[in-house]
Ligand binder design. Structure first.
Ligand code: ATP
Ligand code: MG
Length: 554
């Protein structure tokens, strides 16, 4: 872990580029953009890109635009647009402007016309299959399209006809006229526009031709005067085309930089795959707490600061790597340890009777968070009947068993030392009651009993107990990399990733729990109220355990 922190102090390679650009006066200020396609909810990978794009701008006094890359009308939706904005804000970032690539459709059309006029683009009648077949191979030049040398006038007319809806889908495309022998396959007369009769979430039915990624992204960057356009490594081969389009159009020279995408084990991060999990009901929705989406992590109780810290520690590199999910859990745990309110919840209750107590309760003040000196206390009633965890009692304990056993002292958290003297069983031999006495001089904080006990147990007053539902989560996949396994990634789903405890017993303070607070249930882990939780049915999601249960036992 330390090495990550060390790395953190130095700039990542993108920041180094920007620092140098600013020092050498190439820009007076920088402008980045985060360009999601609104075809799904944002995931951890996007969080990394958001932290990078907004983070560098913040660091160097620049700004960041949020741009919806909505050039593919088929998969896009307003629901996604809204969730993306919510997630970026929740992560703690502020954009300068919200733009939509579709706002530039008129401008992009004019750019295309300009390329045609310059002899840099032509309308091609080849089908997608024919174009693919004539592309050549990386070592063999492609074949020039027979439509490559159409006159400017003919191209202008045909392109206008494409726009006017005079052709079927696939009948014609607009292609850049570059070099069918280029060693970069993307430079072999790439498609700039295709015909698509689809309703667009913003432009409606105005358009039936849509620009390809390569003829929208760089131009959108340029229109907004983005200085540093940061994307993931798979776009390295696109950079030449990015620069070509900008140079031929003579527009603002935005520059593209690439970094390795964030991969995390035991999950999948492609929106297409996440959508399958949702549609096929392997999860309850995009924000299911097992999902690697920002909304899922939020619902589970991960905090924005912990996710930012994780992105920071995972780092920005030029080479692909897989980051261990336990690094994220570590960051979450580290933060929640400082901020979570401590509460007591008994998951599998067995009743304890304090036989030397009467029906009067003793009110205790128990600290909310020992890590926070301003955390305050809450009042908890200690009563004659209590619940403890069934697993915290043993009839025939081994040596060094420090929990509850007959004849043994154990402390009840924030309360008293008790001594067990008896158990009551039902006809089947199951323990139904444990009888103890408490030692009045042993009250926490004012203990004069002189007794030393090793174990401290959490407990809940029977009389005041609040029934709550607990949802515990495990990894969504059984293997580290479901993408790399044979067959479908869904064959590796962990069917036991959700474990529900329908009726745990909580201390009454949790009746007031809201998503404004995170909780540590003593000895159990960190928990967060689910969005469906409410009066009458209180639900907590387990955010993460107290320790890394996956760490190799050593
Ligand atoms: P997916 O394959 O999940 O659909 P995408 O790259 O198609 O991802 P976009 O909405 O196009 O998703 O991405 C928006 C931005 O987020 C892009 O700049 C993209 O490079 C970045 N991004 C997406 N996934 C990751 C990742 N795993 N790591 C880092 N950045 C990512
Ligand atoms: Mg994409």
């Amino acid at each position: 872990m330390e090495s990550h922190t060390e790395e953190n102090k130095s700039l990542n390679f993108i920041e180094e580029i920007i620092e140098k650009d600013l020092q050498e006066g190439r820009y007076s200020s920088i402008l980045t953009r985060f360009p999601p396609e609104p075809n799904g909810y944002l995931h951890m990978g996007h969080a990394s890109s958001i932290c990078l794009n907004f983070g560098v701008a913040k660091k160097f006094g620049g700004k960041t635009n949020l741009r919806f890359d909505d050039t593919n009308p088929v998969t896009e939706d307003t629901e996604y647009v809204e969730s993306i904005q919510e997630d970026v804000k929740w992560l703690g970032f502020e954009w300068e402007n919200v733009f939509y690539a579709s706002d530039y459709f008129d401008q992009l059309y004019d750019y295309a016309v300009q390329l045609i006029r310059q002899g840099d683009a032509y309308v091609c009648d080849l089908s997608a299959e024919e174009i693919a077949a004539q592309k050549g191979t990386p070592t063999e030049a492609g074949t020039e399209s027979p439509y490559r040398n159409r006159s400017v006038e003919e191209n202008l007319q045909l392109f206008a006809d494409m726009k006017a809806g005079k052709f079927q889908e696939g009948e014609k495309t607009l292609r850049a006229k570059i070099d069918m022998a280029s060693t970069n396959m993307l430079m072999r007369d790439p498609l700039l526009y295709r015909i698509k009769y689809a309703h667009h979430h913003r432009t409606g039915d105005k358009w039936c031709i849509y620009p390809m990624y390569d003829f929208a992204h760089g131009q959108s960057d340029s229109i907004e005067r983005i200085t540093h356009s940061i994307c993931t490594l798979e776009f390295v081969p696109h950079r030449e085309l990015y620069d070509w389009c900008i140079a031929r159009l003579g527009i603002y020279p935005s520059k593209q930089y690439e970094f390795a995408r964030l991969n995390v084990n035991y999950t999948v991060m492609s929106k297409r795959k996440l959508l399958q999990l949702v549609n096929e009901q392997h999860v309850t929705g995009w924000d299911d707490p097992r999902m690697p989406t920002i909304s899922g992590m939020r619902r589970r109780g991960y905090t924005a600061a912990a996710i930012r810290e994780f992105c920071d520690r995972a780092g920005i590199t030029k080479r692909e790597k897989v980051v261990d999910i336990s690094l994220l859990e570590f960051c979450v745990r580290e933060e929640l340890n400082k901020t979570a309110l401590r509460r007591m919840v008994v998951f599998d209750p067995v009743k304890v009777v304090i036989t030397n107590m009467d029906e009067n309760e003793i009110l205790l003040d128990i600290e909310n968070n020992p890590e926070d000196e301003n955390g305050g206390t809450r009042q908890v009633a200690f009563t004659r009947e209590l619940y403890i965890e069934r697993e915290d009692f043993m009839e025939n304990p081994p040596k060094k068993y420090f929990r509850m056993a007959i004849g043994q002292h154990v402390r009840l958290k924030g309360a008293y030392i008790v001594t067990c003297h008896d158990v009551v069983k039902d006809a089947d031999g199951n323990i139904t009651e444990i009888h103890c006495t408490y030692i009045p001089e042993s009250r926490s904080g004012q203990d004069t009993s002189g007794l030393k006990v090793q174990g401290t147990l959490h407990w809940v007053s029977v009389q005041h107990a609040l029934p709550v539902e607990i949802r515990e989560y495990d990894r969504l996949f059984k293997v580290e990399n479901p993408n790399a396994e044979e067959g479908d990634f869904k064959d590796y789903i962990n069917e036991n990733s959700l474990h529900v405890i329908p009726r745990a017993m909580a201390e009454p303070a949790l009746a007031e729990a809201t998503t404004a607070n995170h909780f540590q249930f003593l000895r159990k882990g960190y928990f967060y109220p689910d969005k469906e939780s409410g009066k009458g049915h209180i639900i907590f999601n387990k955010t993460v355990g107290l320790k890394d249960s996956w760490a190799k036992k050593g």
